[in-house]
Ligand binder design. Structure first.
Ligand SMILES: *Cc1c(COP(=O)(O)O)cnc(C)c1O
Length: 401
């Protein structure tokens, strides 16, 4: 059997794989605590569900225009104007089956063979694979915990070549939780705009932010920015709608048109009644979101404190999203229950094996010195998971079922 060369280059999603592994261990009766979740552990708000049910009942179950129904695109324009201070027209909107798909479509629309795409690292693990699918080349810009995983103007300037076409930014970030201030964002986006790059701004965590910090959309920085920015967002994280599959991009007309063509011949428009529910989400009250963020905030502070109490682990307090990304390099080459590890995959496996606690190895996101821990799980699980981890690493005590 001959599989296409491009597919041989693609890695499976490590986070989805970990989720399956944890489910498998649980089904075997093992008491495993999973910290791999890339989705809120909250239910979709009732009003959103009711809207989908209503539209199902009324027979709204047919194909819609590829780029989304006009009411949804108008509601998205309204939202972007009200909350993000960017004025798009409905033709500049593409609604897709999630932010993931819309980024895929935009990369397909933008990249020629060998075009370089700048990706600050650590990064969301689908970006490089999607760049590969688009025949582009990922160029990673490294950052570290010392500067809260933020890159700078000179990092961007140094990375741009004749082949650079796109920059992808993601603030707040998955996996680090890092959030750029308006000034910092301007500093990195401005040289990219000057060099004529397109910038995909993945803003899916914009509403999950702590300590009174604010999210800003770089497309709002002025006309020259607006012309180069593709603003991406979705409903999965803020409205706990991961399984509904709905997200969108807003950007220059020619790019949105091209990305819509990709969608025309792959998935067609997003789910009809999900689009109706998405309108309800955009027009509804935000209390469920602020309540969720309050709960995440408690967990964030707790988990960071517990992690920093473990010898060999250091963890910054992230400003957004629902992940922490602790540095675990202090544990490398140390004797842990008779074993020595030197990389994040082996450490994650050791912890899963000895403490029945599942974290995602940082190497999947571009850093082998870290683990990604999602706190989109109950406080009870977090307390138990941190107890197990601390016992294992501070005292060498295994977790026995
Ligand atoms: C979850 C996530 C997405 C994908 O969201 P969907 O709308 O469910 O496709 C995109 N970007 C980042 C950084 C994410 O964490």
């Amino acid at each position: 059997m001959t599989i296409a060369n491009i597919i041989k280059k693609i890695k499976p999603s490590a986070t989805l794989a970990l989720g399956s592994k944890v489910k498998q261990l649980k089904s075997e009766g093992k008491n495993v605590i999973g910290f791999g979740a890339g989705e809120p552990d909250f239910d979709t708000p009732e009003a959103i569900k009711a809207s989908a049910i209503e539209s199902l009942k009324s027979g709204f179950t047919k194909y819609t225009p590829t780029s989304g129904i006009p009411e949804l695109k108008e509601a998205i324009c309204e939202k972007l104007s009200r909350e993000n201070n960017i004025n798009y027209s409905p033709q500049q909107i593409l609604a897709s089956c999630g932010a993931k798909q819309v980024i895929f479509n935009c990369l397909q629309a933008l990249c020629n063979d060998g075009d370089e795409v700048l990706i600050p690292s650590p990064y969301w693990l689908s970006y490089p694979e999607q760049v590969t699918f688009a025949r582009g080349k990922s160029v990673f810009i490294e950052s570290s915990d010392e500067n809260d995983f933020k890159i700078t103007k000179s990092d961007i300037e140094r990375s741009i070549t004749e082949k650079t076409k796109v920059l992808i930014i993601n603030s707040p970030s998955n996996p680090t939780g890092s959030l750029y201030t308006k000034e910092e964002l301007y500093e990195i986006v401005q040289p990219a705009v000057s060099a004529g790059l397109y910038i995909i701004s993945d803003e899916i965590y914009e509403k999950i932010i702590y300590d009174g910090e604010k999210h800003v959309s770089p497309a709002s920085f002025g006309q020259e920015f607006f012309e180069k920015l593709i603003t991406v967002n979705g409903f999965s994280k803020a409205y706990s709608m991961t399984g509904w599959r709905i997200g969108y991009a807003a950007g220059p007309l020619d790019i949105i048109k091209a990305a819509t063509l990709v969608q025309d011949h792959s998935t067609s428009g997003p789910n009809s009644f999900t689009q109706k529910a998405a309108i309800t989400a955009l027009q509804g009250e935000e209390k469920t979101i602020t309540d969720m963020v309050k709960e995440f905030d408690k967990r964030r502070k707790y988990i960071v404190e517990r992690l920093n109490n473990i010898d060999g682990i250091t963890c910054m307090l992230p400003k957004g999203a629902f992940y922490v990304f602790p540095n675990i390099s202090g544990l490398y080459n140390r004797d842990i229950c008779g074993q020595k590890v030197t990389n994040s995959v082996d450490l994650a496996n050791l912890i899963l094996d000895k403490a029945k606690t599942a974290f995602v190895p940082g190497v999947c996101f571009g850093s082998d010195l870290h683990l990604r821990i999602s706190y989109a799980t109950s406080m009870e699980n977090i307390v138990e998971g941190m107890n197990r981890l601390e016992k294992l690493l501070n005292e060498g005590v295994l977790y026995e079922d």
